[in-house]
Write a protein that binds this ligand. Structure first.
Ligand SMILES: [Zn+2]
Length: 165
């Protein structure tokens, strides 16, 4: 924590992308979204929560999620990413920071996610122990361009800001 009598503010950014594959659940923002494909990955493949973790860790100068939760560690296999997000929230708090806001954009061509946004905000904000209005989640497509447009994968970009009292 900065040794300063004035409040300090920090911003961090996170990005993540995973391939869509058969035989996996589609978990986004901690919500099980009905779909015939899911995101592959060592954990549940939740790109939204993964990008949130990197944005928060980045803002606090605490490295990235790979430092704290290495994919080589079997205990993180198929783990709910919300469990890891809760740990990141604690790490940020222990370092003396409070979450001002988190703003996420999901890049997905398929499926349509609009009706799941409010539940995603509830799950992620509850996990971070902040009110839902501090966590924004938005969805966009890439107008059929690239791997996202061909529905080969889903990505997320997140900005987080922290403050000290
Ligand atoms: Zn990831």
């Amino acid at each position: 924590m900065p040794e300063n009598q004035f409040p300090e503010y920090r911003a961090g950014i996170g990005f993540d992308a995973h391939p869509l594959v058969e035989g996996r659940k589609l978990i986004l923002g901690g919500v099980d979204v009905p779909h015939d494909l899911g995101l592959s990955g060592h954990s549940d493949g939740d790109v939204v929560v993964h990008a949130m973790m990197d944005a928060l860790l980045g803002a606090a100068g605490l490295g990235d999620k790979g430092v704290h939760f290495p994919s080589s560690d079997p205990k993180f296999k198929d783990i709910s990413s919300l469990v890891l997000l809760a740990k990141v929230g604690s790490l940020v708090e222990q370092a003396g920071w409070h979450i001002s806001n988190v703003d996420a954009t999901i890049l997905a061509q398929n499926p349509r996610l609009g009706s799941f946004i409010s539940t995603m905000r509830q799950h992620t904000s509850k996990t971070l122990s902040v009110p839902p209005e501090r966590v924004s989640i938005k969805v966009t497509t890439t107008d059929y361009m690239g791997f996202i447009g061909r529905a080969e994968g889903i990505a997320a970009i997140v900005v987080a800001s922290l403050f000290t009292r």
